[in-house]
Write a protein that binds this ligand. Structure first.
Ligand SMILES: O=C(O)CCC(=O)C(=O)O
Ligand SMILES: [Fe+2]
Length: 290
C-alpha cells in the first residue's frame, strides 16, 4: 500500500540539535536535514583532496548488470575508497562526534556494534535521469521481508558538497515510507520530496526510507554528495576497507575509526566476537594501540 506523504517537506535541524531530537524526527519521517553538518572549510579541503581522482574518473557504471548500471547512473561519477584518498574524510568526517553519538544511540542497543559500509562521492551530472527509488536495506535481502519490525541496518549521512536543488538532482525522499507495511513497495516519484540543501548540510536517513537520486535537469551543474553509511558489525559492508586502506594509514586513526573500518573485531550482542584472529581481537594481531 502506497500512501501519500504525511509530511510535505523534510524537517531541518540546526547544528546544535540534540541526538534525541534528531532521532525522534528520523523515527517519524524516516530522515532529517542536519544543517551545517560540515564547515565550508571542510567542504573545500575535501573537494581538493578528491579532485585528481574525480578528474580521472569517467561517468557511468562499469557493472555488467543493466539494472545496476541504471542504479549507478549514466552521467554520474561514483568515487569510493575515500579513506585513502582524503585526509579530511578519515581524520575529521568519519570521526565526528555527532556521527558516533547518533550511531551509538541507534545501533548499540539493537546490535551492539556498527561499522562503515561505504563512503562514496556521488556526483550527478547534467542529463542524468532520476535514480530508481529504493531502500538502502535492500542490500541485505532478509531485511526487506522483516520490514518495519526489523532492526535498523543502515544509517546514511548523505552530505551535500555542492548546493542541492530540485533542478540539479537533490535526493528525493518519501517521508514516512519507513512505516509502510510492505517493503516490496517502493512508492512512486509523485510521492517524493526533494532534499534541498546548502553545501555542508547532510540528509541523515534510515535504511528503511524510500529515496533515490534526483534527475539533473540543470543543464550545466554537477551535484556532488558523499554518501557515508554504516551498518551493524554482523553484516558485510559494501567496501572491503581492510584491503583498501594501508595499515600505516589505519594506525594513524582513532580506535573508533579503526573499528569502523574493520581493523578491529566486532562484538554484536550475543556474540563472543566476530572478525577475530585466534579468538583474539584483530587490533591486537595488527599491533594497534589502545
Ligand atoms: O545520490 C543520491 O542522491 C542518492 C544515492 C543513493 O541513494 C544510493 O546510491 O543508494
Ligand atoms: Fe540509496
Amino acid at each position: 500500500m502506497t500512501v501519500t506523504p504525511d509530511v510535505q517537506s523534510l524537517q531541518s535541524v540546526p547544528r546544535d540539535a540534540s541526538v534525541e531530537e534528531i532521532l525522534a524526527i528520523v523515527a517519524r519521517d524516516g530522515g532529517v536535514i542536519l544543517k551545517n553538518f560540515l564547515t565550508q572549510d571542510q567542504i573545500d579541503r575535501f573537494n581538493a583532496d578528491v579532485e585528481p581522482a574525480m578528474e580521472a574518473l569517467r561517468p557511468g557504471s562499469t557493472h555488467e548488470n543493466e539494472i545496476v548500471q541504471a542504479f549507478h547512473g549514466n552521467n554520474t561519477k561514483r568515487l569510493t575508497n575515500l579513506v585513502t584518498l582524503s585526509p579530511t574524510f578519515r581524520d575529521e568526517i568519519i570521526d565526528k562526534d555527532l556521527v558516533h553519538d547518533l550511531c551509538d544511540a541507534t545501533f548499540l542497543e539493537e546490535s551492539g556494534t556498527y561499522w562503515m559500509t561505504t563512503a562514496q562521492v556521488i556526483e550527478i551530472g547534467p542529463g542524468n535521469d532520476a535514480q530508481m527509488l529504493h531502500r538502502d536495506l535492500e542490500n541485505w535481502f532478509p531485511f526487506i521481508g522483516m520490514g518495519k519490525a526489523g532492526p535498523e541496518v543502515a544509517l546514511n549521512f548523505l552530505i551535500a558538497f555542492t548546493d542541492f536543488t530540485e533542478e540539479n538532482g537533490a535526493t528525493r525522499v518519501i517521508p514516512g515510507s519507513n512505516h509502510w507495511d510492505d517493503y516490496e513497495d517502493r512508492g512512486t516519484p509523485e510521492a517524493t520530496v526533494p532534499a534541498e540543501m546548502e553545501a555542508g548540510d547532510a540528509l541523515f536517513f534510515s535504511g528503511k526510507t524510500v529515496h533515490g537520486g534526483g534527475a539533473n535537469r540543470s543543464g550545466n551543474e554537477f551535484r556532488r554528495a558523499v554518501a557515508f553509511a554504516l551498518n551493524p558489525g554482523f553484516l558485510t559492508g559494501e567496501e572491503a576497507y581492510p584491503f583498501l586502506v594501508d595499515l600505516e594509514v589505519a594506525k594513524s586513526l582513532s580506535p573508533r575509526v579503526q573499528r569502523l573500518l574493520g581493523f578491529r573485531s566486532q562484538y554484536p550482542i550475543g556474540s563472543p566476537g566476530l572478525w577475530q584472529v585466534d579468538y583474539a581481537d584483530l587490533g591486537d594481531h595488527l599491533g594497534l594501540d589502545g
